[in-house]
Design a protein around this ligand. Structure first.
Ligand code: 2AM
Ligand code: CA
Ligand code: CA
Ligand code: CA
Length: 267
């Protein structure tokens, strides 16, 4: 994608994200219609759906040749990563949205032929926008984010990890996860994968490891982390297919090597 095209697309997407966020803030104290999806804890509200529709209608009108991959069903069924694809999570952290009315984000990644060109993650209630364009750095609001530290002992690292993966589970060896939790300086869990990736990009956490994410959880954050010199891969260190569900490990290259080599044992 040419620089000018990327810039124009970025300006439009950013404006829509801020507008969608404003709509959510305005409605935050109105009663929610809450449904469940795959299980009783898998929540969706009319605001998730309304926000996704806000984007899909605008994209189809303004960019009819672009495709959409999104969580709540208003996107396209894609079997190829060719062309320009908007990968959208209208509300990432729906459980936080419902229970806390904060700590959720709008996440958008715009990819061309599988390459991440634009990443936008908007912490709606804090009015903080994380934004990146490929090759042009990552920003938190107006502030350019520095490159990640490339050497950081695990003893000084903050690891973002859901407690679930230290309990017996069918994805990852939990005893190794427990020794990792003891090794690092501290662990955190924020309940929004997009924000968790943004925090790695910002350097306020050093690593994010999780076992099950969808494309819309990852797409925006991957562009941000790339732009500060971090690596985002599957948990075994292999490349992510942005059209599929993935395990995820995002951090600097140094920590990534140590985790893949010594702590991550997939079942
Ligand atoms: P969501 O709020 O958009 O559903 C919670 O730890 C994080 O995991 C959130 O980013 C949440 O996104 C995501 N998540 C929740 N259920 C998931 C599932 N079944 N598969 C993948 N990601 C999920
Ligand atoms: Ca969801
Ligand atoms: Ca999500
Ligand atoms: Ca969502």
């Amino acid at each position: 994608m040419k620089r000018e095209e990327r810039q124009q697309l970025f300006d439009t997407a950013k404006q829509w994200v801020l507008e969608a966020g404003e709509n959510i803030r305005t409605a935050i104290d109105e009663p929610l219609r809450i449904d469940t999806k795959s299980n009783a804890n898998d929540l969706v509200t009319h605001m998730d759906q309304q926000t996704e529709k806000f984007f899909t209608e605008k994209i189809r009108r303004e960019f009819p040749d672009h495709s959409i991959l999104s969580e709540e069903g208003y996107g396209d069924n894609l079997d190829s990563d060719k062309g320009v694809i908007w990968i959208i999570d209208p509300i990432d952290g729906t459980m936080n949205f419902v229970h806390q009315k904060r700590n959720f984000a709008i996440s958008i990644g715009i990819y061309q032929d599988g390459v991440g060109e634009i990443g936008l993650i908007y912490n709606v209630m804090d009015d903080v926008l994380y934004a990146a364009r490929r090759g042009e750095g990552a920003y938190r609001n107006e502030k350019k984010l520095p490159q990640l530290k490339q050497e950081l002992p695990l003893e000084e690292a903050i690891l973002i990890l859901n407690n679930f993966w230290t309990c017996p589970n069918h994805k990852i060896e939990e005893t190794k996860m427990q020794s990792l939790v003891r090794k690092v300086r501290g662990t955190r869990s924020y309940g929004s994968a997009a924000l968790e990736l943004a925090y790695v990009a910002e350097g306020i956490a050093d690593c994010y490891l999780t076992m099950k994410l969808a494309p819309w959880d990852i797409a925006g954050g991957m562009v941000l982390v790339n732009e500060v010199g971090g690596l985002t891969t599957k948990a075994d260190g292999s490349p992510i297919n942005i059209l599929e569900q993935n395990t995820l490990l995002s951090c600097n290259g140094d920590i990534q090597e140590e985790l893949v080599g010594e702590y991550i044992e997939l079942k």
